[in-house]
Design a protein around this ligand. Structure first.
Ligand code: UDP
Length: 578
């Protein structure tokens, strides 16, 4: 294999602040004891340690060098826990876990304990609460009334609030409840007060039958989770409207399309998938985990302007190396609980994805709001998925398939090393470290304040935009000042159309386009796609309901919307002025 030429990643001021605050190792007196380069070297060495088990010291040294170049070159970054914990005593490297919540006191409080043990290592946790009996139901041992899932979720929420993950990362949770659970409406409205469940993202688990009933104006049955009895009926369209109204008001809940997830489950014989990790990009079985990594698309553009295009060869080569990296992560990861270690070993799920999609489009002179952008999305996703599959097959030849693999299963007859290989993560922090746009999202704004690291406010003006403005002969200082105040270009008079369309921002991109980009990625990605359909403040609950219906029609696995301004203290705010 050819060596990846290394043009070192430029570490921006913001990246340095993030790295110093949370990622760089400290000595016993709390002083920073490594540079960003040291960090990448530490991670490369720890992860390549897995190669000793398969190929010996020569292979380990060779892969250590390659892994280091992937990171120092800014081509690839693994998820935050790997950057923080590789080569340290903690050694837990995965970002995503799902834990079961059985309908017993032991089960529920066991899950709270397991959650605490995972979150203190920097991992995020997802749960299905669908098995819990509804509020008011009989508790046999005491003759009292059950509290119901929403009430128990508040205990998980409170525990998360108090863990703070060793000071490194706030805990993040996903709570899923099936739409046929009798408490579904309480769940849908659980975050409307603006104070409850702030450490949770919520997703209603909906079925095709439910979405069809909503479209046809029919009712659907509520099912008692313990007895399987039908205990009532609700109007499906009204429940969908209630979800849309709550999401309009506070961003939650999203929808998890359970049948789409089931159709893509690579190991249905191990059971149904009922939940995802916190940001939704990885559907997982109970106790499964997934480690993520993202290729930086901004570094994979060849040429400039209209002649610029995706460097496919390099994308494929980097994807192959990244798959190996992530498979090695499973080998060296120290799981905080035995069932987690066993589940990871059985399916070996990894999630290779991308960041910097919006920056890549800008570099190619393509507007995010265009058919071309959707075509590029499909192209990138296909190359990524094919390369990752080929690399995982190659690893299966070398190291054997994942133990739960069986011939003739959903993946076909060719053994693969990893039950899933691709996922599109939000790359909230990785995007800052790599200095590029997050995941597959459009630029949120051209100048904005970012709340990070528990309340600190970082001000950022998009450097690509500054350069482009100059190239158009515009006074960048005046323009940036205007953009700084108004957040986006369409609000500024006298800006050439080419500049405006290339730097289109999240709220200016119509929901249809957001959905089309998400669908283009989802078509090839075997896990799920983290994407927020951003809506302007004036959007209505009916607009949200339409997005939900369209997401289902497009075959997405999940959908999240966010109406600008609907949450106090939102993570990103338009404009850098006040
Ligand atoms: N995550 C978490 N806490 C956080 C942010 C993320 O537990 O504060 C987990 C969660 O499972 C999420 C995944 O990490 O789905 C990936 O998020 P992201 O890509 O934003 O993380 P990064 O690696 O950029 O920090």
């Amino acid at each position: 294999m050819e060596e990846v030429p290394v043009k070192p990643l430029h570490i921006s001021e913001n990246a340095r602040r993030v790295l110093e605050a949370r990622y760089l190792r400290r000595d016993a007196r709390g002083r920073i004891a490594e540079s960003p380069e040291d960090l990448f070297a530490r991670v490369a060495r720890a992860v390549a340690g897995a190669e000793l088990r398969f190929g010996g010291p020569g292979a380990a040294a060779r892969w250590e060098g390659r892994f280091r170049r992937l990171m120092t070159g800014g081509y690839f970054l693994p998820n935050s826990p790997t950057l923080m914990n590789a080569g340290t005593a903690l050694g837990q490297l995965s970002a995503c876990f799902v834990l079961p919540v059985p309908d017993t006191m032991e089960g529920i409080f066991g899950a709270v304990r397991d959650m605490a043990l995972v979150q203190r290592t920097g991992g995020g946790t997802g749960f299905s609460f669908s098995r819990l009996r509804p509020a008011g139901d009989l508790v046999a041992s005491t003759g009292g009334a059950a509290s119901g899932p929403v009430s128990f979720m508040k205990i998980f929420d409170c525990a998360t609030e108090n863990i703070r993950q060793g000071g490194k990362r706030r805990g993040a949770n996903m709570g899923v409840l099936r739409v046929d659970h009798p408490d579904v409406l309480a769940f849908v409205r659980a975050k409307l007060d603006g104070v409850s469940l702030q450490n949770f993202n919520l997703s209603v688990g909906v079925t095709d039958a439910f979405m069809e009933a909503a479209a046809a104006g029919r009712t659907y049955p509520l099912v008692h989770p313990r007895t399987g009895e039908r205990v009532g009926r609700l109007d499906a369209a009204e429940v969908l409207a209630a979800m849309a109204e709550a999401a309009w008001a506070c961003g939650d809940p999203g929808l998890l399309f359970l049948d789409a997830v089931a159709r893509a489950n690579p190991v249905p014989e191990l059971g149904p998938i009922e939940a995802t990790n916190p940001c939704g990009e990885v559907p997982l079985l109970p106790y499964e985990s997934c480690n993520l990594g993202s290729l930086n698309l901004a570094r994979l553009v060849r040429g400039d302007g209209t002649g610029a295009r995706l460097d496919r060869r390099r994308l494929r080569r980097l994807a192959a190396e990244a798959v190996r990296f992530l498979d090695d992560v499973i080998e060296v990861c120290r799981y905080p609980l035995q069932p987690l270690a066993e589940a990871a070993a059985a399916t070996r799920k990894i999630g290779l994805g991308v960041m910097g999609f919006a920056e890549m489009l800008v570099r190619m002179g393509i507007s995010y709001d265009s058919d071309e952008a959707v075509a590029v999305a499909g192209d990138v996703a296909r190359e990524l998925a094919e390369a990752a599959l080929a690399a995982s097959r190659e690893l299966a030849r070398e190291r054997g398939p994942y133990p739960a693999w069986r011939r003739g299963g959903p993946a076909g007859d060719v053994p693969v090393r990893n039950a899933t290989r691709t996922a599109i993560a939000p790359t909230g922090t990785l995007g800052i470290i790599a200095g590029t746009s997050a995941g597959i999202e459009p630029f949120f704004a051209l100048a904005y304040r970012r709340r990070a690291l528990d309340g600190e406010i970082l001000t950022e003006v998009n450097p690509l935009f500054e350069a482009a403005a100059r190239a158009h002969g515009l006074d960048p200082r005046r323009l940036v000042e205007d953009v700084r105040r108004r957040g986006r270009l369409s609000a500024v008079p006298d800006v050439p159309e080419t500049l405006r369309s290339r730097f289109v921002t999240a709220l200016e991109v119509p929901p249809e386009r957001h959905l089309a980009v998400q669908a283009a990625f989802q078509r090839h990605v075997d896990n799920s796609v983290s994407k927020t359909v951003n809506l302007p403040p004036a959007a209505t609950p009916a607009d949200v309901a339409a997005v939900f219906r369209r997401a289902w029609e497009l075959g997405l696995k999940g959908i999240t919307v966010y109406r600008y301004g609907s949450k106090a203290g939102q993570v990103l705010e338009l404009g850098a002025g006040d």
